[in-house]
Design a protein around this ligand. Structure first.
Ligand code: 2AM
Ligand code: CA
Ligand code: CA
Ligand code: CA
Length: 286
């Protein structure tokens, strides 16, 4: 089956804009419930937006599979080799609840379990990231990366995206904190700083644009990374397994290290240096 990736991308852009407006409209005084614990939150808007995405995509692409955060059934939902839309209706729900304007809808398409189209839209700041395999990636129509990669990519002096995650009472969290501590210190590389913006998808967009040099995360699901993955790779960036000693990653990986576009050798060295500071495996299971 040959897919028209450009047409699919444009359809996803229309959906993202339409439902992005819905997300923005409903952002005042929204009520939320706990999902897994008191910092893993979900709102009616997350669920309603996912239902609308399913309805629109089913109509236009009845033969494609679908995987979304709010309809995911652990142990039942799997990603097949068939064309599969992989959707996070709101990425950055905590931001959405707090009205911190860094939340988005993230719409991806994977074929043979590989991301091939991605659209990420932050309706609060009107940032639209899009990308399709072999066709480049864009932020509001501007080709990514936004500036040529003339600044050398090195761990020392880099700006690193991080998130705290919703699991804060286990070994993974201690690995995260001690790794941040290492990276902040001289022998670990003296990074310029850390940024924790609260949306995995938008973090990948920022690494794609060159606004951040890297983003390391444990606990991701396919819907957190599918769209951002293709946007990043079309911008010359790369994404690998974020555990020490393991580089290959797929949409079922839970821990990632994404780095911006740069010479291949610089990327390889950055990944090696970053991983040498990680103090253990972020052992998240599906
Ligand atoms: P969400 O808003 O769709 O739930 C914020 O820390 C970022 O991490 C968001 O992209 C959030 O997605 C995602 N996230 C949620 N739970 C997580 C977890 N347990 N581990 C890692 N990331 C998580
Ligand atoms: Ca969530
Ligand atoms: Ca998410
Ligand atoms: Ca979500």
């Amino acid at each position: 089956m040959t897919l028209d990736l450009l047409a699919i991308r444009d359809d996803l852009v229309s959906i993202a804009k339409l439902l992005g407006d819905t997300i923005k409209t409903k952002s005042g005084g929204v009520t939320f419930e706990d999902k897994k614990n008191s910092v893993d939150l979900v709102t009616e808007v997350d669920k309603a937006v996912e239902a609308l995405v399913v309805e629109i995509l089913n109509e236009k692409y009845p033969d494609f599979d679908f995987l979304g955060e709010e309809t995911y059934v652990p142990g039942v939902s799997v990603i097949s080799d068939r064309p599969t839309f992989i959707v996070d209706p709101i990425d950055g729900t905590t931001n959405f609840i707090h009205r911190f304007p860094n939340a988005c809808i993230s719409l991806g398409l994977a074929v043979n379990k590989e991301p091939v189209v991605g659209v990420i839209y932050n309706p609060f700041l009107e940032q639209l990231y899009s990308g399709a395999k072999g066709l480049g990636s864009y932020l509001n129509g501007q080709r990514l990366p936004l500036v040529p990669n003339t600044r050398k990519l090195t761990l020392q002096g880099s700006l690193c995206g991080i998130e705290w995650g919703a699991d804060r009472d286990n070994e993974n969290y201690r690995v995260k904190l001690s790794t941040f501590d290492n990276l902040a210190k001289k022998d670990g590389g003296y990074v310029h700083g850390f940024r924790s913006m609260g949306s995995a998808a938008l973090n990948l967009g920022m690494v794609a644009s060159g606004a951040m040099d890297s983003y390391w995360e444990g606990g991701c699901f396919a819907w957190d990374v599918c769209a951002g993955w293709i946007i990043l790779s079309e911008a010359g960036g790369t994404i690998v397994n974020g555990n020490p000693g393991t580089d290959n990653c797929s949409l079922t990986t839970r821990t990632y290290l994404a780095v911006r576009g740069a010479q291949r050798q610089e990327q390889t060295e950055y990944i090696r240096a970053y991983k040498s500071q990680i103090t253990g495996d972020l052992d998240y299971k599906h």
